[in-house]
Write a new protein. Sequence first.
Lengths: 292, 301
Amino acid sequence: MTADAIRCEGLVKRYRKARALDGLDLVVPVGSICGLVGPNGAGKTTTMSILAGFLTPDEGRVDLLGRGPFSPESHRGRVGILPQDAELPTASTPRQLLTVWARLQGLDGPSARRAVDEALEAVLLSDRGDARVATLSHGMRRRVTVASALLGDPELVMLDEPTSGLDPSQARHLRERIAAERGRRTVLVSSHNLAELEMMCDWVVFIDKGRCTRAGPLIEMTGRDREVYVHLAPPYPPGRTELVTLRVPDGVAPEDATSELLRALLAEGARVAEVRRGESLERRYFADEEVA
Amino acid sequence: MRFAADVWWVAVYELGEAVRTRLFQLVLLAYAGGIAFSTWLFVKALSNAEEVAAGTLGVPSTARPGAMMGTFLENPDLARVVGQMAGGGTDVTELLKEPLLGLWTGVATMALLPLVLVFSASGSIASEVKSRSVRYLLCRTGRLQIGLGKLAGQLLIALVAAVIGGLVAWGMGMTMMVGNPPLGLALSLVERTARAAVWALPFAGLGLAASQWIPSPNGARVVVAGLVGAMPIAAYWLDLHVGLSLPGRLADLAGLFIATTAWSDFWATDLPTFGAAAARSVVLAVVYYSLGHAVFARRDL
């Protein structure tokens, strides 16, 4: 098994004169839940579409699961894809659509039936599996498309804006479902919602203007492994302000460093309002943007 | 094996989506109505002819037509008309062994079924590309399998329509006429409508080709309708230029690529001639389809 589920080098995609991707490099480790982050027009959907084989890159290399660029022959049943804006055919029922798609993924009749039941259950749609797609709400249709991506237990799942159009409860269920996949399979999720990605992901890739600007484990990106922020309530002890920042030294566990800092602050008579490890993904993202 | 299975499942998908779509259900209904109308015309014409004959002979006419069919079949004028319907060059004596309604329905089916397939095939890929729902197939199978599966799906659609049309004609023939042998009429209708389904396949290939070139389903339908309308004109023009010279031979060869020129071969009473026509129809469907696949295989979807 390869160490990287996805590896792209120097991807370039031009739409007429505009360069949607401008030499994008991307690495997603096997078993990770990776968030693809970027502003509108950064190239997230183009990247997803190239990975899924819907678009052909003008330059660059793609490798999925160590089997080269996506092709139905070499990746059959191994890769699940949720396209961002592909409409579902409306005349059939979710079960009918998913069954044909499962058969196209190479599953036999009984396995396809089982896989369809599991996929519908995973998105809480077992009771609407036999309703025509035309009669389903936008959120339900979105869940059917998520079910199609999870169909047949693929090794790699690529989800483009999976919670778009879902109500808060459905979105939460889906986030939990995706987060639970950590270590079982690789998931690449594209979203504008940084708080949502922070809840699901353990690996993050920032892209902007068609290039990867930053990538790595979420814990490193947010500084949770080396930064502690303590907010104090007034009155502050002499020499202290509202915010106390600690950079955890190498070789010291963040928990030990945090405990020691808190002991010291309490000994000084400080009133602790909040303790935080690292910055949120959103703050880090905007801090990067400001630097840029 | 995997390739064939994929083609089959895409065909099933194509048929399933088509027959569950309201618009296509209306098209099927219109087609069944067309067959019903043509059968009614046949019954009405027969009834009128029998009334005239009964008046001439001074005998009472029957409530339901068909009693004088045997007499009419001996009339050389009828044989000439049937020969013309079959495009000429066919053994009419052999054809007339079938119930006349079966032959008539064969003509109606061969005329109407291509229109059904032009409608469904022209919108097929274009609408899926427009809505991007083709992506659900693209991430599971290859583009060639999708295209050939859709072509096979159109054949299934043609067979479904042919069965519906056949049932309508049989039901009307048995209730509005006398003298039609139930099994004989059924067998004749099965043969004629099955032949018509194969005959219509190139029109589906043409529709799918346009559906790959033109992103709008209705745009593709208009273009294909125009092309199908131009076929008899092109065939006539080529026929004028057929000869032993090189251009004449080229015109003869070009005629093979025009679907409508196969009409008379689909009425052949000998199996080799019909078999060759059926094979040509399948090849022509694939050739027409492949004109679009060159685009579909490479474009961003």
